[in-house]
Design a protein around this ligand. Structure first.
Ligand code: LLP
Length: 446
């Protein structure tokens, strides 16, 4: 749970100095809560951890917040205030970043299949770096840049052939993936050659992202080595000094007590040391300017989801099901990745029954609508109680759906006794507003 969470006897009592009952009362449930101190603290800690390594690295560093983790206008404004750039993975994220007032030169645009319209908008806006994901995109972007008469600063996304030791759905560094230009197949070299020759695309850096939810440092060492060697090869082959190295995001979080990610200063020191070491080993004359793109490790720990417990169903000899008023529509991560979560009863009412394992389920018409299995909760947990789930700031709101027509929850930023909506609760009327009635239309002509 976030830094400001007050936990008493295993119960979440307050967040950001406000009683959880009051938050549930004021904003309803399910509710996504974001602890401002933790969110800002993580943003600033990232900036400071990398700034502290610049002398050792012998180059500057840039921390880019990966908006995909939690792409909400207010959150991007905070990232900007904390000195971070913003990584966008679609036109929608780009538009959100622009609405948040982010200087386009501090935006990085990603995507394995950016549309022509997305590329054109990014070029017109003067986005700081466009990350080229394929040879076909390279050609497309070159045409767009030429038509606009603008030289576009690019990073080349390299698929480095690195195993990230994470869930297969979020591993991206191995050769056989939809992302990037596979190094072992010569595609990255081909891309670099074309970029060096291009009048309209400026190869300012190379990029890789080996995967997400990574708790170890060795995949980063491997990636740093491969990428620095690639920079040295580009210099030797094409005479091009490519000055920027983006090692992506991916640092995991402590979603459950057993998961222990490296501390940010350790991660920053380790990453920069690996880059410096590789630069020396591969004879790179100038140290590259280092970019990182964290998402989960910034937004994840700041988030708490608050649910109201509904039906509790006991099946003697089988399972106990505790159903909450949301589910896979606000957090699809257990069905998708079997992601473990930390649960706690919330509120002032003491629940001191012997803990017992239960299955926490949502309210969706689907057996797989599970938030956790073998979750230890007090046996006197009652219908109507509040239940909190920790570390849900990343990839929950971002991946939410309206399955079974559940309006998406509100998101509230809390800190020092105040609470402010980051996202207002969706209503069924919001959903219906986009659906014209066929009864108002003429019948289609056969
Ligand atoms: N940079 C690139 C190019 C990425 O593809 C990603 C994540 C990041 C940065 C940020 O990674 P992070 O620091 O958040 O791990 N929906 C999945 C996670 C998908 C991550 C996709 N790319 C989940 O809920 O676990």
């Amino acid at each position: 749970f976030p830094d400001t969470a007050e936990i008493q006897d295993g119960r979440l009592r307050t967040l950001g100095g406000i009683a959880v009952e009051e938050l549930a009362e004021r904003f309803g449930t399910p509710l996504w809560l974001v602890d401002r101190a933790t969110l800002e603290g993580r943003m600033r800690a990232y900036r400071e951890a990398f700034a502290a390594q610049e002398a050792v690295l012998g180059a500057t560093t840039t921390v880019v917040y990966a908006a995909k983790a939690l792409c909400v206008r207010g959150v991007l404004e905070l990232a900007d205030d904390c000195g971070l750039w913003v990584d966008c993975a679609s036109g929608g994220e780009l538009a959100t970043a622009r609405a948040a007032g982010i200087d386009p030169r501090r935006i990085v645009l990603h995507g394995n299949n950016k549309s022509v319209a997305e590329l054109r908008d990014a070029v017109d806006a003067g986005v700081g770096r466009i990350v080229i994901d394929s040879l076909s995109e390279l050609a497309r972007l070159e045409g767009i840049a030429e038509a606009a008469g603008r030289v576009v600063p690019c990073h080349l996304r390299v698929t480095p052939g690195v195993d990230a030791h994470t869930h297969e759905f979020v591993a991206t560094g191995h050769d056989d993936t939809k992302f990037g230009l596979t190094l072992s197949l010569g595609l990255a070299h081909e891309g670099a050659a074309r970029l060096v020759a291009s009048r309209w695309l400026d190869l300012v850096g190379v990029h890789c992202h080996v995967g997400s939810d990574i708790l170890r440092l060795d995949p980063y060492h491997a990636a740093a080595d491969v990428m620095v060697r690639f920079l040295a090869e580009v210099r030797a082959t094409h005479g091009a000094e490519v000055g920027e190295l983006n090692l992506g995001g991916g640092l995991g979080i402590s979603a459950v007590p057993g998961d222990v990610p490296p501390e940010l200063p350790t991660y920053a020191a380790d990453l920069t040391a690996a880059v410096a070491e590789a630069a020396d080993a591969h004879g790179l004359t100038a140290r590259p300017h280092l970019f990182v793109e964290p998402g989960r490790s910034i937004a994840g720990p700041a988030g708490v989801t608050l649910y109201r417990v509904g039906t509790i169903k006991e099946l003697p000899g089988l399972s106990t099901y505790v159903a909450v008023d949301g589910g896979m529509s606000d957090n699809p991560r257990y069905p998708l990745y079997q992601a473990p979560h930390t649960f706690a009863p919330a509120g002032a009412v003491a629940r001191d029954g012997t803990p017992r394992p239960v299955t926490v389920v949502g309210k969706h018409c689907e057996t797989g609508d599970v938030l956790g299995e073998g979750v230890s909760l007090p046996s006197d947990l009652a219908e109507g109680d509040l239940l909190a789930v920790a570390a849900t700031g990343a990839y929950n709101h971002a991946m939410a759906s309206n399955y079974n027509r559940l309006p998406r929850p509100a998101m509230v930023l809390v800190g020092e006794g105040w609470a402010v909506e980051l996202v207002r609760r969706e209503t069924v009327e919001d959903l219906l507003a986009r659906e014209p009635s066929l009864r108002d239309a003429r019948p289609p002509v056969p």
